[in-house]
Design a binder for this molecule. Sequence first.
Ligand code: COA
Ligand code: AMP
Length: 635
Amino acid sequence: MASRYHEVYQGWKHDPLGFWKTAAAEIDWISTSDTIFNPDMGQYGRWFPDWECNTCYNCLDRHVERGRPGQPALIYDSPITGKKASYSYAELLEEVQAMACVLADKGLQKGDRAIIYMPMIPQAVMAMLACARLGVIHSVVFGGFAAHELATRIDDAAPKAIIAASCGIEPGRVIAYKPLIDAAIEQSTKKPSVCLVFQREELAGEMQEGRDFDLGELQAQARAAGRTIAPTPVKASDPLYILYTSGTTGQPKGVVRDNGGHMVALKWTMKNLYDIEPGEVFWAASDVGWVVGHSYICYAPLLHGCTTVVFEGKPVGTPDAGVFWRVVADHGVVSLFTAPTAFRAIRKEDPDGKFIEQYDLSQFRSLFLAGERADPETVNWAIDQLQVPVIDHWWQTETGWCIAGNPLGLGQLPVKPGSPTVPMPGYDVQVLDDLGHVLGTNTLGNIVVKLPLPPGCLPTLWNADKRFFDAYLAEFPGYYKSADAGIIDDDGYVSILARTDDIINVAGHRLSTGGMEEVLACHPDVAECAVIGIADKLKGQLPCGFVVLKAGVERPHEEIEKELVKLVRDRIGPVAAFKIAITVARLPKTRSGKILRGTMRHIADGESYKVPATIDDPAILDEISEALKSHGISV
Ligand code: COA
Ligand code: AMP
């Protein structure tokens, strides 16, 4: 079948407002108006500005009212605990209403914020939807972040409540969340008044009288009493959630997502990009703490009337590299969405696909990869093993949905390994040089999106309009700066090759090297430091920190290096995967004092490089090379 992509993309370009008006017809609105987009509102305009809606209603109630009450809405599969559960749309609505009643009882109202700190359990999705039902703005914090990171987010969002679970479970260890939450609240200046804790049987949390409440118990009481609560009407442009993501400093950016545009865009993607029909099972093997989890574990599959899977496990080791295929077969998953790193892990353990052969994957139609560059080797292995389309697609926390992809629902375009294919309708993607001139095809430059961004993308950063403008709009007037570098080829295919800032991508997780440097600099023995991302076969990149010690420090370097590793783990969290700290005598710099991080990265990755003309002392590069070798990194 010839792809309809070009026709649809041109249709959007010709009449963008008409395109999104048609897409908006898929959503149930409380009220609408003639204004699809107001260019004068906000930072670059606002979508559906005075339309009214409720996201939870669109995810649940309307499916219960219109023929899907008994269809599974959410399947929980937890190989790490051995538990499984399934909730029909009617049951999920009942649970969400009960949880929303609990939140309302604790005084949460439209516009209030609630931080959700939960592992991959159904209650995490229920909490998101319960907030959405009340117009409460949720902010989910990934469980792999430490107390300090949680505290930073509490201070920025000023939540009225924290909705949490008592623990998370990682292979070989149970992580007590409650002490982390208590420490975060202790450190924060904007203390939430309520903490609702879902007590898991693996480890209960200690409760603080007056502030902490047993969420499961209260929810069960509300459910037993048959309590319901109506969805609160919100404006399409009201925030649905804030999701913090790494910026160039230790202060994360609070990406704001609105209600209306978000629903319109996500609903459009389910059929047109992912080629999924309502009623089918869609599985995003990510975490609700990341944008992929927000969009494709929680919201999009439910908006589309699909069954979503909440998977609490790892691609390998829970119990083996066959678990993804077991879940796909058990639940009739038609499409899986995950990060390339998960596939690299599976391939390493099961290179010949022996596990894949053991399961009935006859319903499985497609694999989508995102979160980091999908290396052609991994993509080709997956195609060989699975015999289904393997689709790399590029997006960011900021956009909330795919910028460039291969729209299966419009008819698959030819795959060019290494490229996430073409811009989706809504995105006019261009490549600019550093001065803002449009570059020709096949020329490496800054990837930007011509404003306005489509529905679903961030309208601003939470309480930080200026930071939003400075970070994304200021450098290239009229464009959104993606901070990714890449090329567009003669066929319009986009390739994303590197970040233009100091963000690194570790196992599909986006991390700030600047944030890690801030932590290292806190160590009393450290005079200066630099963190770079070095290539890693499994995780894509790994952080590597170089430190110069203060004069007169005579303790063994290994001891200090261990302390630095622990410091980053304690402050940022295990997710930073910071395990390499290297003491050096000096850092390579330009004559004006700028640390040559790029050159250090080339050395660590064994790539050829030119010694920068402005370097202060080229001999330092050899010292860096030696230091890396002495830490077992071949250069
Ligand atoms: N809570 C607490 N700790 C967590 C956590 C969580 N939710 N998630 C991860 N961690 C910990 C891990 O246990 C690990 O700790 P360790 O240093 O003690 O081993 C550390 O954070 C690093 O985690 P990660 O980089 O995810 O590695 P991993 O060992 O857990 O998993 C793979 C490795 C190979 C399986 C990994 O490729 C993977 O699948 N990652 C998830 C990819 C993903 O979902 N990305 C989201 C974008 S789509
Ligand atoms: P996050 O905001 O965590 O989703 O990370 C977004 C960043 O991950 C992007 O800016 C890219 O650098 C990278 N990224 C995500 N998807 C892809 C992809 N398909 N190909 C290349 N890089 C990607």
